[in-house]
Design a protein. Structure first.
Length: 307
């Protein structure tokens, strides 16, 4: 999440570049790098054969959790203050902390809910509410929030059988044709300038390839509900990066936000027995929620997903 936040400093370079074209280059580069890593560091033997249900998860992860999030967040920023979009998306830890156990027919963990509230409040303080959102801006921000939630919930059950490297590689590969379809539908494509190409390389290699592997590994180790709490680090990392680069200066709101986010992380992760969400259907088979991992109280999910 720190890597994702640092990438915000370079996103301004792509502000005028067609969104689908830029995302196609980003995910294409990440897919190539990740498949090379799978061949070099992946487990020996043939790759596991994905079931139709797993392929569907990969497509939903790529289509809504990755491409959908970026398109919705970018479009929302054109209708309202981007800070307002960040505040809406910043409620993802709270939404995931409540939704995950409910879908698995378990009681939400009060500690995680409180942590989600603290992280959401910290993100709001760091971003500032910005300009009021009109109907279109608010609707698109909510779509971005839903995509952020999907990014965590849908990915969690894939990591245990496939591994973080393969999930990252498959998702980025699936995202490329979706972005190319967007390019064809909009007809918007231009060759990137040297500055835009440098931004794409950073986003593809670091903020996608490296960050996704770390993120999906975290989903398996500490569970999606706790992992998504760390999305509160994205705006704080962005502020810190812009301060280092001399393109921005932290204010009182950022300091208050940082304290709240850190408090939320401490509250949400200080469990004696961190839950491990493994993507299984809840006990009882058909009674569980097949799209999320099971949550055994005390339970322990996104972009944010990355921008």
């Amino acid at each position: 999440m720190t890597l994702a936040g640092s990438s915000v400093a370079v996103l301004g370079t792509l502000r005028d570049h067609p969104v689908f074209a830029g995302q196609a280059l980003r995910f294409g580069l990440a897919a190539v790098l990740l498949h090379l890593l799978v061949r070099r560091f992946g487990p020996p033997g043939p790759a596991p054969r994905l079931t139709p249900a797993q392929w569907l998860r990969v497509l939903v992860l790529a289509g809504l959790g990755m491409v959908g999030f970026n398109v919705a967040a970018t479009a929302a920023g054109h209708h309202t203050d981007p800070a307002f979009v960040g505040v809406v998306v910043g409620t993802a830890p709270l939404v995931v902390g409540v939704l995950t156990p409910l879908l698995a027919r378990a009681r939400p963990n009060g500690r995680v809910v409180v942590a989600g509230l603290l992280v959401a409040a910290g993100v709001a303080a760091a971003h500032g509410l910005g300009a009021p959102a009109g109907g279109a801006g608010l609707a698109l921000a909510v779509v971005a929030l839903a995509a952020e939630v999907v990014f965590a919930l849908v990915a969690a059950p894939l990591v245990a059988p496939l591994g973080a490297l393969r999930v990252s590689a498959y998702a980025c590969t699936a995202a490329v044709p979706l972005c190319l379809a967007g390019v064809v539908a909009t007809g918007a494509y231009v060759l990137p300038t040297p500055g835009e190409l440098a931004a794409v390389v950073w986003l593809g290699a670091v903020a996608t390839a490296v960050a996704y592997v770390l993120w999906f590994t975290a989903l398996d180790l500490i569970g999606a509900e706790r992992a998504v709490l760390f999305s509160g680090l994205v705006p704080l990392s962005a502020v810190a990066t812009t301060a280092v680069l001399g393109t921005g200066a932290p204010g009182a709101g950022h300091l208050v936000g940082a304290v709240a986010v850190v408090a939320g992380l401490v509250v949400g992760t200080a469990e004696r027995r961190p839950a491990r969400l493994r993507g299984r259907v809840a006990p009882g088979g058909e009674g569980g929620a097949p799209w999320v991992s099971d949550s055994v109280p005390p339970s322990s999910t996104a972009p944010i997903s990355t921008p």
